[in-house]
Design a protein around this ligand. Sequence first.
Ligand SMILES: Cc1cc2nc3c(=O)[nH]c(=O)nc-3n(C[C@H](O)[C@H](O)[C@H](O)COP(=O)(O)O)c2cc1C
Length: 245
Amino acid sequence: MHDDQKDFLVRTAGFVDEDRDAVYRAIHTRRDVRDQFLPDPLPDLLVRRLLEAAHAAPSVGFMQPWNFLLIRSVQTRAAVWDAFARANEEAERMFPQERRSAYRALKLEGIRKAPLNICVTCDPDRAGPVVLGRTHDGRMDAFSTVCAIQNLWLAARTEGVGLGWVSIFQEAELKAILGIPDRVQIIGYLCLGYVDELYSEPELAVKGWRQRLAIDDLVFEEHWGKQTAKTVIPAEVVDRALPGS
Ligand SMILES: Cc1cc2nc3c(=O)[nH]c(=O)nc-3n(C[C@H](O)[C@H](O)[C@H](O)COP(=O)(O)O)c2cc1C
């Protein structure tokens, strides 16, 4: 390593307990929001902080393939909602008959209620045709963009801003409304606004659609499907290990 590069290494350690707990709290209390949005506009500087958090995400080959298209216009959001409604009808018909009325009862977007919508896109050409790290798996630019969305989602949580991800669209329809070029991929359509209440558990679980899986069933050791006493940690031991306990 060159001496001048050494200047960029800073001494580091884990966070002090309070800061660490705050990060875990953001992670565990983040929710997908569909209906709790307040109408107040989000201040520009707050939006900028959220976008800076997104832009700090990791990306394959440091490609930074994302763009953030901010949508506040009532007319544009109405057109996007129409596209959602059409796709949502198609979606309903894909479920078995006995689940359709439960599906219909779910609210799955906050497009018109949230004062700010953000369409997050991925430009596969951002860093030329050959990208460090994407050489053998072309999905990596999309994955990078998802990392940016998760950063934005967690930052929003700390600002008292709710965020809901809406994916029920025909991508071509959404692109036509927003003027997004063919080669650019839509990764997430996000609805944002202040909230003063959030579900304490995922709304889909509260409404009986689907429950959280047991983490112990999802962790393997050394070989696919292999579980050991080490992987399955008794609940009371885990409780003692969690921050704030
Ligand atoms: C890629 C992705 C797409 C999603 N699309 C939708 C959607 O179209 N509508 C919706 O209501 N929620 C959507 N969600 C939110 C999930 O339903 C939600 O994350 C999940 O139910 C867990 O709840 P929580 O985020 O509140 O913990 C999406 C989430 C992700 C990560």
